[in-house]
Write a protein that binds this ligand. Structure first.
Ligand code: C5P
Length: 215
């Protein structure tokens, strides 16, 4: 598979990577994969079926059925779903099942934008452009808190900050495909940026990568 036309956008929760990935998708007319949604769906559907998040075999079985599931369920966007996602995401069996699905998405003719934690390291190491989007935990917590309260969830900013720190530690500390920048990814810290500034910086990174330069 040639990843020339693939753009990977990795980074921690609420770093701005989802907004950046969808903006790049619109700009270049590419389909966007929100891979976090796959892990969220596995976590939520496993819990709905009465399974425990620590049960790797049961989680992998749910992941195998995912191609037939509509991912536009609001239940996958909640705070609890994010936490469940990061617990099932530690299982190598689950990651292995989702690998094929994500690689198929990346291999579409014309390319794709892939948003996640291990897109540039594991799913598409030969992507033509790789971004690693970060922001301080405090800034990310505030963004996520606004999003969750806007969706009607009742939660304090301090609780969201604690969630973010716990999830960062679990995602970067796990043995299977830990969250990490690919060696050839360009880091983009959005802490002090507006959405438009971040989108513009991301576009410049992609254009420089495609032109074979560093920005
Ligand atoms: O990006 P989002 O916050 O929706 O991801 C939810 C969780 O899914 C992450 O905290 C992480 O544990 C897991 N995930 C992952 N690999 C990806 C995308 C998400 O492990 N490529």
């Amino acid at each position: 598979m040639s990843g020339d036309q693939v753009i990977t956008v990795d980074g921690p929760a609420a770093s701005g990577k989802g907004t950046i990935a969808s903006g790049l998708g619109r700009l270049y007319g590419l389909p966007v994969l929100d891979s976090g949604l796959l892990y969220r769906a596995v976590g939520v559907l496993l819990q709905r079926a009465g399974g425990g998040l620590a049960d790797a075999a049961a989680a992998a079985a749910v992941a195998r059925g995912l191609r037939a599931v509509a991912l536009d369920d609001e239940a996958f966007r909640t705070r609890g779903a994010g936490e469940a996602a990061s617990q099932v995401a530690v299982h190598p069996e689950v990651r292995q099942v989702l690998l094929a699905l994500q690689r198929d998405f990346a291999a579409q003719p014309g390319g794709a934008v892939l948003d996640g934690r291990d897109m540039g390291t594991v799913i598409c190491p030969d992507a033509g452009a790789k971004l690693y989007v970060t922001a301080s935990p405090e800034v990310r917590a505030e963004r996520r808190w606004r999003q969750l309260t806007g969706q009607g969830e009742s939660v304090g900013l301090d609780e969201v900050l604690a969630d973010i720190r716990r999830r960062d530690a679990r995602d970067s500390g796990r043995a299977a495909a830990p969250m990490a920048p690919a060696p050839d990814a360009v880091l983009l810290d959005t802490s002090e940026m507006t959405i438009d500034q971040a989108a513009d910086a991301a576009r410049r990174i992609v254009e420089a990568a495609r032109a074979g330069q560093t920005p």
